[in-house]
Design a protein around this ligand. Structure first.
Ligand code: DGJ
Length: 744
């Protein structure tokens, strides 16, 4: 039957005149792109240039990022044919579509189901802003009307360029943003060594380096909150080498200002160029953009240095202290935190005793950590009370005001802990506002540390979270410090508030958090805020715009801290790095280190203590007093000096770091031994680069009666200290020494 039918159709076709068999003529109209002039756009800092080319076709390409090129216009002599490599040579903000087939910075799905975007140059504008020079480049897709603005803010003196993009839906219907990177940066070098940071609870920011091959390497966080407990949104890229070099060689450092899911991809193409695309992770976040709406991506900061990792991090630190970290560079007080000394088990008299001890040791603040709230569901462990932020009347019948004014009367500032984004199922809040909990219909709401996450994509929750901070500040006059904690990730995400728009959740959560923080800073510009997330789970330059410091890690073991603090300092300045002396055996690692080693380690950041001081022996107590007193004399260098790393704990037995004042008249040097090292007196373990070679410095060891270096108390030139050998005798594991240097 079928056979007969086919035969009949074939006979019919043969019988038809050839005209009728002709296919309809193929027609395809293209939208014209206005012609533009070839031009070079150069974004410049004191020692670096980013050179972009606008091609005849109107494509924007990246030609160079690195050391300064004095005549960027020379690029115009480039042979035009090399601009058309595969049709997409080094596009500055590559979009899915057109001839571009590599990793995109932008991927948009349009209402007709299409995925193509081709961005063409519309114009460039330069302006001087407060502290930086802005270059604003317009791009447009002429088929859909979608527009992108690329913004490059050049911090000239610091050699930092902060980049971000703004995506405007110029069409008539909503589109979906499938990728919406902050920035894309092409670099060109014979070799790329990527150094990035991974971790987990109590071992954050550990450094890992790898030579990049011809594939795509991705660093990502999908944790929602506590986003940096694993990977950190930052990296170093060493060019033309397989080695991370501290003092020489070309290094680019980058960091994203975002406290949620992020993605950084490094794609090495067939011409060996590397395209770095960085921004919010699009994971489960196809972001809907209404007609006429603009999506503003977070900032991505870049710096380049020919002075190795040291140069790159000093650039970033200077920028961070001046333009990013809240109160950056100002000294934050030394403190005693109640957590490891008391955990949840305290009453007013216990805390008063700690306040007395803190005051008599010369510390400057007492911080009451977790456990002070909840009555119907008292916070006596981590299984109850979060959400119910009223003072626990059985532990603290006299209230917070009593404690704060007692601390103030002893000359101490007073700080307190909150975890406002979270709720325990065992709380009144969970019963009163179940709709505020992050959840997905019909699915289990998984607990982490016995708690749920509040849905900060909901403006009502934003108000509630702001209210917690606000009310905590009212618990006593003169609350000086808030430790803001956040102790779990988001799982099985979902927002009852967002309904069918769940794609917005991860982005709006972070926006909600930032809205709250903005309100806090408007109302409380002076309160010191520590950003904590089970330790270093929220260490990023987005959060640091609102916070003065971070709780670097719950790991207070001074040995582990050497690794964490070393690599943290590659990206973040020491002024944000809270570092506490705790008891031994250490509560996280069981390691036992001498008290001096613990102090010397903590003093290279913002010094604090986190133990019950009443258990100190008189000798320990005397050492503590001495270390705190000397720290106060040199700590301005820790908070605002330039960091020079002298030895890496990842490379051998020693760790060393020094901070030098901007005018190079003073410095503090920290040296530590992590493994037994019976080296000879002649070896140059620590070269004190960073000093002025032609000036003379007096070297003074701190906290000891007898110095471990033969030159202590003597005067040496900066060049001798860098080249001749500065070699304190530190053979024993956990021996350490701190020196202050003063120009004569
Ligand atoms: C985790 C933090 O990192 C600790 O310092 C402490 O504040 C606890 N949370 C309290 O629950």
């Amino acid at each position: 039957m079928k056979k007969t039918l086919l035969l009949a159709v074939a006979v019919l076709l043969v019988a038809m005149p050839s005209e009728a068999r002709k296919k309809p003529k193929f027609t395809h109209e293209t939208v014209a792109v206005p012609a533009v002039e070839r031009e070079i756009i150069s974004v410049e800092t004191a020692s670096t240039s980013l050179n972009l080319l606008v091609t005849e076709k109107g494509e924007l390409q990246t030609l160079h990022y690195g050391a300064k090129i004095e005549d960027p216009g020379a690029w115009l002599q480039l042979d035009g044919s090399s601009e058309d490599y595969n049709g997409c040579r080094s596009l500055t903000y590559p979009a899915t579509g057109g001839r571009f087939i590599s990793e995109p910075a932008l991927h948009v799905k349009y209402p007709d189901g299409s995925h193509n975007t081709e961005l063409y140059f519309t114009g460039v504008k330069k302006s001087a802003q407060d502290g930086f020079e802005r270059t604003e480049i317009g791009l447009k897709d002429y088929v859909t009307g979608l527009e992108v603005k690329l913004l490059y803010d050049a911090y000239v003196k610091e050699d930092v360029i902060e980049m971000h993009s703004e995506i405007l839906n110029g069409g008539k219907k909503a589109v979906e943003l499938l990728n919406y990177a902050s920035a894309s940066l092409y670099v060109d070098a014979p070799e790329y060594l990527l150094t990035h940071f991974y971790g987990a609870w109590a071992k954050e920011m550990l450094m890992e380096s790898e030579v990049l091959g011809h594939d795509t390497k991705v660093i990502e966080s999908r944790r929602g909150v506590q986003a940096t407990q694993g990977n950190n949104p930052s990296f170093l890229l060493s060019l033309g080498t397989k080695e991370l070099r501290e003092n020489d060689g070309e290094v680019i450092a980058g960091a994203l200002e975002w406290s949620g899911n992020f993605r950084m991809s490094f794609e090495k193409d067939d011409a060996h160029r590397l395209n770095i695309i960085t921004g919010i992770s699009p994971y489960a976040s196809a972001y809907p953009l209404e007609a006429g709406a603009t999506f503003v991506t977070p900032g991505m900061v870049y710096t380049y240095s020919a002075e190795g990792a040291g140069g790159a991090s000093r650039n970033l630190h200077r920028w961070a202290r001046k333009y990013c970290v809240y109160g950056g560079g100002a000294v934050n007080p030394t403190l005693l935190n109640s957590w490891e000394g008391a955990y949840f088990n305290f009453t007013t008299p216990v805390l008063l005793g700690m306040i007395d001890d803190a005051a008599s040791m010369g510390l400057e603040m007492f911080v009451l950590d977790d456990g002070w709230f909840g009555n119907d569901f008292p916070r006596n462990g981590d299984n109850a009370g979060l959400g119910d932020w009223e003072v626990n009347t059985s532990k603290l019948p006299e209230g917070i005001e009593y404690l704060a004014s007692y601390a103030h009367s002893k000359g101490l500032k007073f700080g307190i802990w909150i975890e406002p984004e979270m709720v325990n199922p065992a709380s009144n809040l969970a019963h009163e506002h179940p709709e505020w909990v992050v959840q997905s219909p019909g699915r289990e709401i998984y607990q982490g540390r016995n708690q749920w996450v509040l849905d900060l994509s909901n403006p009502a929750v934003e108000d509630f979270v702001f209210g917690i901070f606000d009310r905590t500040m009212q618990l006593a006059p003169g609350i000086d410090y808030i430790k803001w904690d956040c102790n779990r990730v988001i799982q099985s995400f979902g927002s009852p508030y967002l309904g069918t728009q769940q794609d917005r959740f991860y982005v709006e959560y972070v926006e909600g958090l930032y809205n709250v923080m903005r309100r806090i800073r408007e109302k409380y510009p002076r309160v010191i805020v520590q950003c904590c997330s089970s330790g270093g789970g929220r260490v990023d330059y987005g959060a640091l715009r609102y916070c003065n410091e971070v709780w670097t890690s719950d790991n207070t073991d001074a040995r582990t801290r050497a690794f964490i603090q070393y690599s943290m300092n590659l990206i973040y300045p020491a002024c944000v790095m809270a570092s506490h002396v705790s008891t031994v055996p250490n509560h996280q690692t069981s390691n036992v280190t001498p008290l001096k080693f613990r102090f010397d380690m903590a003093c290279s950041g913002r010094l604090g203590m986190e133990l019950q001081p009443k258990y100190f022996s008189p000798e320990d107590r005397a050492l503590a007093d001495r270390c705190i007193t000397s720290y106060k004399k040199y700590r301005d260098l820790v908070f605002a000096g330039d960091a020079y790393r002298l030895a890496s704990p990842y490379d051998g037995s020693y760790y060393g770091v020094m901070y030098v004042s901007e005018d190079k008249s003073r410095a503090v040097v920290f040296t530590y031994c992590l493994e037994f090292e019976p080296r000879t007196v002649g070896s140059k373990a620590f070269r004190l680069i960073g000093l002025d070679p032609s000036r003379s410095y007096k070297v003074m060891e701190q906290n000891v009666d007898r110095s471990c270096w033969w030159g202590s108390g003597k005067v040496f030139s900066g060049s001798f200290l860098a080249e001749g050998g500065f070699n304190p005798v530190l053979p024993q594991i956990y021996s350490s020494a701190v020196f202050v240097l003063e120009a004569q």
